[in-house]
Design a protein around this ligand. Structure first.
Ligand SMILES: Cc1cc2nc3c(=O)[nH]c(=O)nc-3n(C[C@H](O)[C@H](O)[C@H](O)COP(=O)(O)OP(=O)(O)OC[C@H]3O[C@@H](n4cnc5c(N)ncnc54)[C@H](O)[C@@H]3O)c2cc1C
Length: 496
């Protein structure tokens, strides 16, 4: 087995820790700026949560290819390639089935306006005023109001409307009624601009294209390498600065040290500060702030592969189902929740495959604490339960689904934690306060940056790609002049 350190240079301009979408975008951008970049991923596969896995029977499963906003077309065209951007296409059949309503939609502003007026009998002026309010929302307004308060202002006493608005966003970024309204507002508005989109060709193709692009731009990509520590030194004026990283191969345990002037961490922000950076590298107050950051909820997923040659009917692209009444953010993440979303992958997801293939992935939002402490026997029992519940729910749409599926398996919060190392197996990074800690990192240690899911806003495929762009520009400015002040918040907001 070749060492992951073969041919490693002793020094790079920048080291990127983790090859999620945020890390890969930052690495690629820095390389395009002419920087010598080393990208290190502890897993054997790139993509982080935006990845895939294969199983016998010709099955390929996507972990997080369920839907993202239209903005991905622009971001991938600008910061990746036209080829990647051109493969993004719209999912036109988003479906909601629950005790409050049964709705099919293209999930854009025009269609939602129609549904809210015609089906939910809301006055047109209220709907228009709500969208106008969302459009005017700004991160820098520091508005402390919650999503619950926002909904009460526009749709008082209408849990059915609240469900229509929040349920899909809770699946997209883990936000709840009690999070700041901006976290709902920005992500919901992003989707409402033009609907829900997906990468045609599958995550395997996308990550392959991104890897080729990074390599063409000169990024030195290494897998199976864990970054254990970022070394921090002090310059002549006593300012803390990044000086290098300590690495460990995940297969054979071999160690290496690399010098660098900047580090961008795509690892979870708590892990970045408390473990990889190390408490001794920061002001105690900053460490305390990082410790107080709450991580978002996690997920269970059930991957169902339809046997080669079998077909399933069109039941919608993204089907949000629930038996809960009324809608509640708590029920949505309960261990025994009845809320689950089916992402149905028809043959046009991977049009290049020789025979048409179908798969269904069920997503359930879950809490780490419910899964973390289970014994091996209970863990296996509850995984089996989640698979069974997923089949039972799907049988309402496709009665003979069991006979068509020849592979089914479940992933849990523990799976997320194992593969991407996120604290609490978080699927969507941290709650709102994580953004401040992430942005404050370079003020603590010169050259130390974070690009990854934080603050709910900077999460999801689009959020993390955009954050990678912003942070790579900051790191490049630092490499040009380590003594210049940090880039202003106004400049950073350009990419929000
Ligand atoms: C089940 C599920 C469904 C989702 N569905 C959607 C969706 O439909 N649409 C959407 O937009 N978003 C979705 N998301 C969220 C989205 O996938 C993530 O927000 C996004 O991919 C996170 O990207 P990231 O850049 O923050 O890094 P991550 O993907 O979290 O990657 C971080 C990387 O860093 C690596 N790493 C960590 N520590 C180290 C270390 N010390 N050394 C080396 N490597 C390290 C990890 O292995 C990982 O590869 C979903 C997430 C989940 C879990």
């Amino acid at each position: 087995m070749p060492s992951p350190f073969e041919g490693l240079l002793p020094r790079y301009d920048a080291v990127v820790i983790g090859a999620g979408l945020g890390g890969m975008t930052a690495a690629n951008n820095l390389a395009k700026f002419g920087r010598k970049v080393l990208l290190l991923e502890h897993h054997y596969q790139l993509g982080g949560l935006a990845t895939f896995f294969k199983r016998a029977g010709g099955h390929v499963f996507d972990i997080s290819l369920h839907g993202f906003p239209h903005g991905m077309i622009k971001s991938t065209r600008r910061y990746w390639t036209k080829d990647i951007s051109d493969r993004i296409h719209q999912l036109k059949d988003v479906r909601f089935i629950n005790p409050d309503f049964d709705v099919r939609t293209t999930f854009d502003r025009e269609d939602f306006t129609r549904i809210l007026i015609e089906k939910f009998r809301l006055p047109a002026e209220t709907v228009e005023a709500f969208f106008a309010h969302l459009r005017a929302m700004n991160y820098y307004d520091n508005d402390p109001r919650t999503t619950r308060e926002l909904f009460e202002q526009f749709f008082p006493g209408r849990p059915d409307v609240q469900r229509l608005l929040l349920e899909p966003i809770a699946y997209a970024n883990g936000s709840t009624l009690d999070d700041p309204a901006i976290t709902f507002g920005i992500v919901f508005s992003n989707f409402m601009s033009k609907g829900v989109f997906i990468f045609q060709g599958g995550t395997d193709l996308m990550i392959g294209l991104m890897t080729a692009e990074m390599k063409a731009n000169g990024v030195d990509v290494r897998r199976n390498v864990l970054v254990e520590k970022v070394h921090v030194g002090k310059d002549a004026s006593g300012r803390r600065r990044v000086v290098g990283v300590k690495l460990r191969g995940t297969r054979l345990g071999e160690e290496a040290e690399v010098a660098c002037s900047a580090v961008i961490s795509n690892a979870n922000i708590k892990d970045t500060v408390l473990r990889i950076g190390g408490e001794e590298s920061f002001d105690p107050a900053f460490v305390e702030e990082a410790r107080r950051v709450r991580v978002n909820t996690s997920s269970c997923q059930v991957y169902m592969g339809v046997r080669e040659g079998e077909t399933i009917p069109h039941i919608g692209d993204l089907v949000f189902t629930s038996e809960a009444r009324p809608f509640s953010s708590h029920e949505l993440v309960d261990f025994h929740t009845t809320s689950r979303t089916y992402s149905v992958y028809y043959p046009d997801t991977r049009p290049h495959t020789k025979t048409p293939r179908y798969a269904v992935v069920t997503s359930v939002n879950q809490k780490w604490d419910d899964w973390a402490g289970l014994s091996a026997a209970d863990y296996a029992k509850h995984k089996a339960r989640v698979i069974e519940e997923s089949f039972r729910g799907l049988e309402k749409f496709i009665p003979d689904i069991r006979s068509k599926v020849d592979h089914a398996e479940a992933a849990t919060p523990r799976t997320v934690n194992r593969y991407v190392r996120h604290v609490g197996g978080t699927s969507f990074g941290t709650k709102f306060e994580g953004l401040k800690v992430s942005m404050g990192l370079p003020e603590q240690v010169g050259g130390f940056y974070h690009a990854g899911s934080v603050g709910i806003i900077m999460s999801g495929w689009l959020g993390t790609i955009n954050y990678g762009v912003i942070v790579s520009a900051k790191a490049d400015a630092y490499l040009r002049d380590p003594d210049a002040g940090p880039i202003g918040e106004a400049a950073a907001s350009a990419g929000l």
